[in-house]
Design a protein around this ligand. Sequence first.
Ligand code: AMP
Length: 280
Amino acid sequence: MLVLEKIADFRRERARREGTCGFVPTMGYLHEGHLALVRRAAAENDHVVVSIFVNPTQFGQNEDFGGYPRDLARDLEMLHAFPNLIVFTPTVEEIYPHGFQSYVQVEEVSQGLEGERRPTHFRGVATVVAKLFNIVQPQRAYFGQKDAQQLAVIRQMVRDLAFPLEVIGVPTVRESDGLALSSRNSYLTPEQRAAAPVLYRALCAARDRYTDGERDAEVLRAAMRAVLAAEPLAAVDYVSAADAETLRECEGAVSGAVLLSMAVRIGRARLIDNLSVGVD
Ligand code: AMP
């Protein structure tokens, strides 16, 4: 395992490696969800690059950039066993040097859901991922379905700007009680952690209604809200039943693939989760 901080050092090392490169961008504080992406990348490529970079431009003014959990030593320990791995750990100055002024804005698919509540978030995500793609030059890049809108934004960017790589979505890894793994779960107190599986229960309730034949978008959203309302520690930011392709909110009868998703605050953690229905 090689750990590199500088773009120039990374490029020198990357140029020496032959075969296909699989890339997993992360913000660190790794967990089994991240490792599922790394394992998939390792299985499908000759070598793997993992980036660890808490990207300031994707955090809003009042969000948790400063307090975001960081533990590089622990992250490197978790990645130790993977062969042919480069870990790229740039500083903020390396990615955003003095005078930086170029940003990538993916328009429509960035606008609803998370984008509506976090207006500058996907501009930051698209910008850093575009820059990392240019540095890493992977053949394949791996993203979690946990962040479904992020995956959609990256797919759109890759299509629109002709990045020469394949984007691969990896299923969400969950705890045994259904809670999606997330670095932000570390913010939860034991009592809040016990309440947190309510997101997955709410998603499953809507999925079950869908499986039973319910197609009214508002009824599906109401099924999620009803489960969340029974948990006093859960403060709902939004629940959504959206077209899985465009991410536009569904009205009336749904058809085709539908993304059921939500953001819920529990204590100081803002948790997001999703499930898709109507997928072949
Ligand atoms: P993050 O470090 O939170 O920016 O996440 C880095 C990558 O890991 C993103 O593509 C996420 O979607 C993915 N990821 C995060 N949590 C999970 C999870 N529970 N299951 C699968 N992928 C995940």
